[in-house]
Design a protein around this ligand. Structure first.
Ligand code: NDP
Length: 485
């Protein structure tokens, strides 16, 4: 399968006519040829977005919403195929892509189509003397850059609010997982999206992403990815004063209090650690358990981990597949080795799963891995691994666990498991993160603000926050009296 760039309403090969392979992580085999795009393709795409902006930004919210609903309908009609492509490209279980990734991408389009039709703006009357009205106007062509872990889910989380608010866009999906973005491009043409409103350029971060961020025609950058890349993008965008939204990495704590309901907390912590092979920025990769229940929790937790069905992602029964690439596999394995050097005990996993089918011999698989015995200052406890590796540590009291939970450069999310509502509130208020889940994990409402503190990012997405990011407020002050009246 040879992929193409969507520019000005049509599919184009890259200007270089060069391609690189996209590898199926479960088999190690190439599954697609990806355009190796560069500055020339980006220039064309930004020019198409610039030309489309006056027309698109002057359509009504209703018209834009109807187009987004049509895209959602086409995604729904192609859900199974999209789920298979996502699984093949990323290594995630096809059942997960069918249940979470693709339905959520569809929901993103529907949600922002509805949101923009129901949106309203502020007015500030001045005691009968004047009326201030805030106009919220689209920015122009915007850049949307997304990672490989939830490819269509996160790309659509940016495309839908950007287009709904009247912007045009150039999107750069991850080079590692381009296939569903390519299918989305084809479906957008089929839906009748006007040429140039959405352009999708495939390629590598340095060759395609960097010129996109630096392009003077781009008014804002919405980026989800690693913290180091986020810092590079911030440096490139700052001299042009571009609006920036950065959703970056995480090292999220799961806090199990002494009064937690373990029937809920054990499977909850397991899901938080290992869903999508631990490749979700919100995964709970550090579990802290009150010392009084530490042994009981650990026994039950490893039993739960042993029950995870690891296997070929294409098998509908599989719950846990391959990690995304050989490079990422090697990075995760190096952290498992580091954990041993730092004095940790590998309680479960740490190696390649047994019993995989022959088709997966060359795939990038790592067992769900549970590590104990590491202090809070160890690198494995502080750095983002972004894979199927979780550490478990005891704590003495609330102050102790809050100190450890906050002691990383990151501040994305946390989950707290307790049956004491007062404790839940007290701990939640003191955690330096953007989202706290109490007795749950990854329960998402698309209206709530989403984002992180510290090295986990700048700005918030979701609901009204996204509508605000993609618009510029302008105050119009109308005097109601004669100047000398
Ligand atoms: P990267 O930062 O490596 O890449 C993200 C995107 O940025 C990719 O499309 C990448 O292209 C592109 N890119 C790379 N360099 C540049 C550059 N100089 N200029 C512009 N674009 C560039 O992240 P990963 O894809 O490895 O994703 C994993 C990371 O994403 C983890 O740290 C994870 O925590 C984070 N993440 C954060 C989320 C959040 O909401 N906070 C959600 C999901 C993931 P290419 O693929 O070609 O390198």
């Amino acid at each position: 399968m040879r992929l193409a760039n969507l520019i000005d309403g049509a599919l184009h090969p890259p200007a270089s006519d060069a391609y690189f392979p996209s590898i199926n992580p479960a088999t190690g085999e190439a599954c697609a040829e990806v355009p190796d795009s560069g500055a020339e393709d980006i220039n064309r795409a930004v020019e198409a977005a610039r030309c489309a902006f006056p027309g698109w930004s002057s359509t009504s919210a209703y018209e834009r919403a109807m187009l987004l609903f049509r895209i959602a309908d086409l995604l729904t009609a192609n859900l199974n195929e999209l789920a298979q492509l996502e699984s093949q490209d990323n290594g995630k279980p096809v059942s997960l892509a069918r249940r979470i990734d693709i339905p959520r991408a569809i929901a993103n389009f529907r949600f922002f189509a509805g949101a923009v039709m129901h949106d309203h703006t502020e007015a500030h009357p001045m005691d009968g003397r004047a009326l201030n009205v805030t106009l919220r106007q689209p920015l122009g062509p915007v850049a949307l850059i997304s990672p490989w872990n939830l490819p269509l889910y996160l790309l659509s989380w940016k495309i839908a609010p950007a287009l709904a608010t009247g912007n045009t866009a150039v999107a750069k999906p991850s080079e590692v997982t381009p296939m569903t973005a390519h299918r989305l491009a084809v479906l957008c043409v089929e839906a009748g999206l006007p040429p140039g409103v959405l352009n999708i350029v495939h390629g590598r971060g340095a060759a395609a992403g960097a010129p996109l961020v630096e392009h003077e025609g781009i008014k804002a950058v919405s980026f989800t990815g690693g913290t180091v890349t986020g810092a590079t993008i911030a440096r490139a965008a700052a001299p042009q004063f571009k609006k920036l939204s950065l959703e970056l990495g995480g090292k999220n704590p799961t806090i199990i209090c002494a009064d937690a309901d373990l029937d809920e907390a054990v499977p909850g912590a397991c899901r938080a650690a290992f869903t999508n092979q631990g490749e979700i920025c919100l995964c709970g990769s550090r579990i802290f358990v009150h010392a009084s229940i530490y042994d009981t929790f650990l026994d039950r937790f490893v039993t739960e981990v042993d029950r995870i069905r690891v296997g070929d992602p294409a098998d509908p029964e599989t719950q846990f597949g391959a990690v995304v690439s050989r490079d990422h596999h090697d990075k995760v394995v190096s952290y498992i080795a580091l954990a041993k050097e730092e004095g940790g005990t590998i309680l479960r996993g740490g190696g390649r799963p047994q019993g995989l089918p022959d088709t997966c011999t060359d795939g990038f698989f790592i067992e769900p891995t549970v590590i104990t015995g590491l202090g809070p200052t160890c690198r494995v406890q502080r750095e983002e691994i972004f894979g199927p590796v979780v550490t478990v540590s005891p704590f003495d009291d609330d102050d102790h666990v809050i100190g450890m939970a906050n002691d990383t450069p990151y501040g994305l999310s946390a989950s707290v498991w307790t049956t004491n509502l007062n404790r839940a509130h007290r701990i939640a208020a003191r955690l330096d993160v953007g989202t706290v889940w109490v007795n749950c994990w990854l329960l998402r409402d698309l209206r709530v603000p989403f984002g992180g503190t510290k090295a986990s990012g700048v700005g918030r997405e979701g609901g009204r926050e996204a509508l605000r990011f993609f618009t510029e407020p302008k105050n119009v002050c109308i005097q109601l009296e004669e100047p000398n009246g």
